[in-house]
Design a protein around this ligand. Structure first.
Ligand code: GRF
Length: 215
């Protein structure tokens, strides 16, 4: 595959499957975005998403958190590698490590995350199980800029799915994930096109476009 080398360059951080990363790359290729996928970094050498990266010509790296004594040292290694690759936008896609405030400040305004819930509900882990236990009728996913609180930060867009009476966590997760694959590429493209404005804790898309998606 050939990537168009433009002014915009993305580094993605993953921990596992990397299906959101895959969907961003596939959308970029289909829509011929002028973007460079500078690299993928996994904190886990077994992360499946590394295979997709290697098969598709995206440089793949492992920075194993277990070989660092503390979060500061791990994050410093990440910063060094990301900046060496020339990443303008840093995309967290299923990256399961909490980042230090030093890292977050370094990439302020150009660090995005996807979280599998309608934030601010259900920050943290096991969101689908907790949504079912709470009896909510809508669940979903959120793309947001990363600030220092875990799963906080200005919301770029959200997608909602109805919770069905017979849902279990696996079925609900699958339905949410398929929407994640639609909204994360949209949010990244808005960023690359210079269409996102952060005003306080609000993110505006210019010219305006719906920042809400549903099944
Ligand atoms: C997704 O639900 C993502 O939101 C969460 O981890 C799940 C797996 O993502 N943080 P991926 O397949 O690794 O992109």
């Amino acid at each position: 595959m050939n990537y168009i080398v433009g002014m915009n360059s993305i580094v993605t951080l993953i921990s596992g499957l990397g299906s959101n990363f895959e969907s961003i790359v596939k959308t970029a290729l289909k829509e011929q975005w002028p973007v460079r996928f500078a690299g993928v970094i996994a904190n886990n050498p077994e992360a499946k998403g590394l295979d997709f990266a290697r098969e598709n010509g995206v440089p793949a790296y492992v920075v194993d958190h277990r070989s660092h004594a503390n979060r500061e040292s791990f994050d410093a290694a990440l910063i060094q590698l990301i900046d060496q690759m020339g990443g303008n936008l840093v995309v967290l896609a299923g990256f399961m490590r909490v980042l230090t405030s030093g890292f977050i400040q370094h990439y302020q305004g150009r660090l995005m995350n996807i979280h599998p819930s309608l934030l601010p509900s259900f920050t943290g882990l096991h969101t689908h199980e907790r949504a079912l236990a709470a009896g909510v009728k809508w669940h979903g996913a959120t793309v947001h800029f990363v600030t220092e609180g875990v799963d906080e930060g200005p919301i770029i867009c959200q997608a909602a799915v109805p919770v069905m009476a017979d849902d279990d966590a696996e079925r609900l997760a699958a339905r949410v994930l398929s929407l994640e694959h639609q909204i994360y590429p949209r949010a990244v493209k808005w960023y690359l096109d210079g269409r996102l404005r952060i005003e306080g804790n609000q993110v505006k898309v210019q010219p305006p476009e719906s920042q809400f998606f549903s099944l």
